[in-house]
Design a protein around this ligand. Structure first.
Ligand code: NAD
Length: 497
C-alpha cells in the first residue's frame, strides 16, 4: 500500500527527498497513517543555505515590514485553525480541545512579536562624557535552529520560530518525527503571509538531521525542547561547536497541598493537570504532596472526579483524554506503575485495567498511586503518562525539601489559602515556574518559559524578553562627532573626570 508522505519544507515548497523514512501513527487508531521522510546531511545543508540566503534581505527589512508579515501570519493561522487543530489531534492523539489550547498558546507568541518595534527598542544615553553618547542595540544572529518534541507539535515550535524570524533571523526547524505534519503547514502559511521563501525551512528526520544542524557552521543558535538526556547532549554538543544554546528538558512537576486548601479546587486542578493530554505535557502535574496528617478528603474527591473522566478518540466530542503517543510508550508507563506496586505503593485507580487498553489505540487509563516513596523509579523518572503519584510530608518545609530533592525543576504549584505559606514556597522552591492555586503555571507569551536543574540546560528561557535576547546579539556603541563644538581629546579613556 502506498502511504501519504510527509516531506520537508525548503525554499518555499514541500520537498520529498530522503532515503530513510519513519511511520506516523494515528494513536487513537493505533496504526500508521502516513510516513515521514528523513533528511540527510546534504538536505539539512540545503535548508540552512536557503535560510542564510533569505536572511540577508530580511535582516535589512524595516521593522514595520517584518511586523506586518507577523500580523498577516496571525490572521492566516486563525483562518486555518480548525485544519491545524485536527492535524495535531490526528497525529498526537490529544483531544480537540487540548489541540486548540496548544494552538492558541502558540498564536499568542506570534501576537507577542507583532509588538516588534517596541521589543527591539535599544537604550541610549546622551553625554556619557563631554560630547560622547552611548547606545545599546540588538541585531539578528543569522540562522537559528529549533529541535522540538512530539507532545506539542504546534506550540513548542511556535515558542521559537516567530521570535527568531521577527527579530530578523532565518530559521530551520526539525520537528518530532512522530507528528511532523503540523510544522510543514505552519511554514507554508508563513510564506503565504508574505514571509520570504527559504527564510523558514523545515527538515524532518531523526538524530542524524539534528547532528548536522549542531555541527553546521552557519547555524548560530540552537533551541531544543525534549527529554533530559537528549537536552543535556544537545547543550554540550552545540556549545562545543560555539553556538548559543537553550535546551529544555524533561520534568516531574509537584503540586504541594496544604491542609487549608479548598478540596474542590485541589481535586479539579489535580485531575485536569495530571490527566489532561494523557499526562504528556511538560508542565503536567505528576506528583501530589499532601502536607500534614490526613488528606483522605482530597484523594476521595480526586477519585470521584476520575471516575467521570471520559477517555477516548479525539473524533468523539465527549472525550476528555486521548491515547499515548505509541504502543511502546504505553508499555513503559505500565511498567513504571507495576514497579511502584511491586515496591509497596498502592495503586488506587489502575489505568492498566481500563477497558480501552485492549482496543487497537494506544490508550491507557488515568492512574492514581498512593504511598509512593522517593526511591521508586516511578518517582525518580519522568513517566509522561496519565499517572499521579501521591507522597506525604509533615510540614511545608519538608515538602519544599522533598520537591527540591528531585533533579527536575520545571514547574511546581502550591495549593493553600495562606499567603505567607505561598510566599515561602515561591522564595524557596527550585522550579523555574511556580503556581499558587494554579496547577500548570505556563507563563503567557510576554513572560518567559523555562525550568532549572535537569529541566533546562543553558540559562535563557524561551519567548518573552528572554526569547528576544536569545535570538539577537548586542552591540554597545560609544559615539563622538569631533568638531568645533566637540574638540577631540587625548589618548586616555573617556571618563567624567
Ligand atoms: P525526545 O528527547 O525523544 O525528542 C525531542 C527531539 O529530539 C525530537 O525532535 C527528536 O527527533 C530529537 N532526538 C531524539 N533523539 C535524539 C538524539 N539522540 N540526538 C539528537 N536528537 C534527538 O523527546 P520527545 O519524546 O519527543 O518529547 C517528550 C519529552 O520532551 C519529555 O521529556 C518532556 O518533558 C519534554 N518536554 C519538555 C518541555 C519543556 O518545556 N521543558 C516541553 C515539552 C516537552
Amino acid at each position: 500500500m502506498t502511504r501519504e508522505l510527509v516531506g520537508h519544507f525548503i525554499d518555499g515548497k514541500e520537498v520529498f527527498e530522503g532515503e530513510q523514512r519513519g511511520p506516523v501513527y494515528n494513536p487513537a487508531l493505533g496504526r500508521t497513517i502516513r510516513e515521514v521522510l528523513f533528511a540527510d546531511a546534504a538536505l539539512v545543508d540545503r535548508a540552512v543555505a536557503g535560510a542564510k540566503a533569505a536572511q540577508v534581505a530580511w535582516g535589512e527589512e524595516s521593522l514595520a515590514r517584518r511586523q506586518r508579515v507577523m500580523f498577516d501570519y496571525r490572521s492566516l493561522l486563525l483562518a486555518h485553525r480548525e485544519e491545524i487543530v485536527e492535524r495535531i489531534s490526528e497525529e498526537h492523539g490529544k483531544v480537540l480541545g487540548d489541540a486548540a489550547g496548544e494552538f492558541a498558546r502558540g498564536v499568542e507568541v506570534v501576537e507577542f512579536v507583532t509588538g516588534l518595534p517596541q521589543l527591539l527598542k535599544g537604550q541610549y544615553n546622551d553625554s556619557v562624557s563631554r560630547g560622547v553618547d552611548a547606545m545599546s542595540v540588538r541585531y539578528p544572529l543569522g540562522v537559528a535552529a529549533g529541535i522540538t518534541p512530539f507532545n506539542f507539535p504546534a506550540m513548542v515550535p511556535m515558542w521559537m520560530f516567530p521570535v527568531a524570524l521577527a527579530v530578523g533571523n532565518g530559521f530551520v526547524l526539525k520537528p518530532s518525527e512522530k507528528d511532523p505534519s503540523t510544522a510543514i503547514r505552519l511554514a507554508e502559511l508563513f510564506v503565504e503571509a508574505g514571509g520570504p521563501e527559504g527564510l523558514f525551512n523545515v527538515v524532518n528526520g531523526d538524530q542524524h538531521a539534528v547532528g548536522r544542524l549542531l555541527e553546521h557552521p552557519d547555524v548560530k543558535a540552537v533551541s531544543f525542547v525534549g527529554s533530559t538526556p537528549i537536552a543535556r547532549s544537545i547543550y554540550e554538543r552545540a556549545a562545543k561547536a560555539g553556538k548559543r544554546v537553550q535546551a529544555l528538558g524533561g520534568a516531574k512537576n509537584h503540586m504541594v497541598v496544604l491542609p487549608d486548601a479548598d478540596v474542590d479546587t485541589v481535586a479539579e486542578s489535580a485531575v485536569s493537570a495530571a490527566y489532561g493530554s494523557a499526562g504528556e505535557r511538560c508542565m503536567a502535574i505528576s506528583v501530589m504532596v499532601l502536607v500534614g496528617e490526613g488528606g483522605q478528603d482530597y484523594l476521595s474527591a480526586i477519585e470521584a472526579r476520575m471516575s467521570q473522566l471520559k477517555v477516548g478518540s479525539y473524533l468523539d466530542p465527549k472525550s476528555e483524554m486521548g491515547p499515548l503517543i505509541t504502543g511502546a510508550h504505553r508499555e513503559r508507563v505500565a511498567g513504571l506503575v507495576s514497579e511502584a506496586e511491586a515496591k509497596g505503593a498502592q495503586v488506587v485507580v489502575d489505568g492498566r485495567k481500563h477497558p480501552l487498553v485492549t482496543e487497537s489505540g494506544f490508550f491507557f487509563g488515568p492512574t492514581l498511586i498512593d504511598d509512593v516513596r522517593v526511591d521508586m523509579d516511578a518517582y525518580r523518572e519522568e513517566i509522561f503518562g496519565p499517572v499521579l503519584l501521591v507522597l506525604r510530608a509533615p510540614t511545608l518545609d519538608a515538602a519544599i525539601a522533598l520537591v527540591n530533592g528531585n533533579p527536575y525543576a520545571n514547574g511546581a504549584a502550591i495549593f493553600t489559602g495562606n499567603g505567607g505559606a505561598a510566599r515561602t514556597f515561591i522564595r524557596h522552591i527550585d522550579s523555574g515556574m511556580v503556581g499558587v492555586n494554579v496547577p500548570i503555571p505556563v507563563p503567557v507569551a510576554y513572560h518567559s518559559f523555562g525550568g532549572a536543574k535537569h529541566s533546562l540546560f543553558g540559562d535563557t528561557h524561551v519567548h518573552g524578553e528572554e526569547g528576544i535576547r536569545f535570538y539577537t546579539r548586542a552591540k554597545a556603541v560609544t559615539m563622538r562627532w569631533p568638531g568645533e563644538a566637540n574638540p577631540t581629546t587625548g589618548m586616555h579613556f573617556v571618563t567624567n573626570a
